[in-house]
Design a binder for this molecule. Sequence first.
Ligand code: ADP
Ligand code: MG
Length: 292
Amino acid sequence: ATPTSIMVGTGRAAQMGVLFRQGTALQGLQDVQVVALDKTGTLTEGKPLLTDFIAAEGADAQRALQLLASLEHQSSHPVAQALVSAAHQKNLELLPVTEFESLTGLGVRGTVDGLRIEVGADRFMTQLAIQVDSFAAQAQQLAQLGKTPMYLAINGKLSALLAIADPIKASTPAAINALHELGLKIVMVTGDNRHTAQAIAEQLGIDEVVAEVMPAQKVETVQQLQQRHGKLAFVGDGINDAPALVTADVGIAIGTGSDITIDAADVVLISGKLTGVVNALQISRSTLRNIK
Ligand code: ADP
Ligand code: MG
């Protein structure tokens, strides 16, 4: 490709809110066969809401939500914001927390009002040797609706099943269809529950799902996908996604990603919409076609 055609291509892209930080990415994109996507914040709004709260027998739901929200007030995870605002809506007072700990990809723990509180995914409860069987059927139902089931334990006793839902961005379905029309395979890579991820993938027509991926495993997942499917673009928004963006053949940061995420990316989508990936691919193809 000539430097001039690359400049013209990246200029056209910039007008559409697609910033090529590396001119070489314009060429790299043309060989991409698979697009791997983070779920939260990429396919979805990244602004989950609490949809279900089921207290265990004998547990006080208000009190449980108060303890849970107090703990989550210390966390910056999108899930935490959903739980804190649910408590605010019920005018519940948030209590002080000591010994707070955030376990990436699992959940959070701490002491509130002298009680040991743990909140997180089923695999977190498994690690703590807390049985969640009594809620298994309900959790499965919630996950099949695309909601993320999570559990609350108070002093090691299972006290509630809750679910949060993160709406799919309005622009996502059309972008998925357009990527398919360009002949690409689409893979969702997420830390979320596997049934939840599967339900959302089916709704969107996504080809493959890799779920319950711990942040540290994202790089390995990208490498395995490259071996199986060929050249890969990874689209993500979170700080956790930075290593995956670097490992991918083309790293694409979406929306108002953090500085760390943007530094790791070859391409930045200002619009925050997946449609930007389609634009980037189309510009790459038309630019390189003109040169030949
Ligand atoms: P992703 O960014 O793909 O959503 P994460 O690795 O951030 O994945 O989170 C994976 C899972 O860990 C979440 O779906 C949730 O069940 C649990 N989790 C993470 N942070 C929290 C938190 N602050 N409170 C409760 N659960 C959490
Ligand atoms: Mg994320």
